[in-house]
Design a protein around this ligand. Structure first.
Ligand SMILES: [Zn+2]
Length: 190
């Protein structure tokens, strides 16, 4: 997918979502798409929530440390101000953004911008996470990635939290979470 003017010379934007559990490769897929945008000489801006400072203050870094520069912001509407003269906007860890994010994505797409949103579709309880369900509903394209269940090796959709803590947001990686399939995730709940 790429942006090109249609026959009337106007540019059309759209929204793409990359979702899945932890360790499903969402950020790697976001980076892969954004690198192709660079190759096409299109202008790209990347944003992530200021809350997510696990690895680096300004880089989006996936678990395999494939890095790309991004801007941490604390309010999704700042994207509208900062997205001047860009062709493509990447948004990582979208589940942590405020409730205006779906409207912000809509507005960007109406401006003719390709918006690529990556985020967790479910929290550790298996509930839709933050604004992700709303962005998925508004999106033109949705890609759901899967991890591999550490218990049985089947496809994993769930982020199982290994240590007791009832906050919805608890940052961490393999020390805190492991990917599990539907059956292994539910076994642990009983
Ligand atoms: Zn399993």
């Amino acid at each position: 997918m790429f942006i090109e003017p249609n026959i009337r010379g106007e540019r059309r934007g759209w929204i793409e979502v990359i979702c899945g559990s932890m360790f499903s490769g969402k950020t790697e897929e976001l980076i892969r798409r954004l690198k192709r945008v660079h190759i096409a000489n299109l202008k790209v801006e990347i944003f992530k929530p200021a809350i997510d400072t696990r690895y680096d203050e300004t880089n989006i870094v996936s678990h395999d440390t494939n890095a790309i520069m991004s801007t941490p912001i604390d309010n999704s509407q700042k994207i509208l101000l900062m997205a001047q003269d860009v062709d493509v906007i990447g948004i990582d860890e979208a589940q942590f953004f405020d409730e205006e994010l779906p409207n912000v994505c809509d507005e960007l797409a109406y401006r003719g911008i390709r918006v690529i949103v990556a985020g967790l579709d479910m929290d550790y309880l298996g509930k839709p996470f933050g604004q992700m369900p709303f962005i998925m509903a508004k999106a033109d394209y949705v890609t759901k990635l899967h991890a591999i269940c550490v218990k049985c090796g089947h496809i994993a959709n769930y982020s199982y939290r290994k240590i007791p803590n009832e906050d919805q947001v608890m940052l961490g990686a393999t020390d805190v979470y492991e990917p599990r399939c539907r059956n292994c995730y539910n076994e642990s709940e009983s």
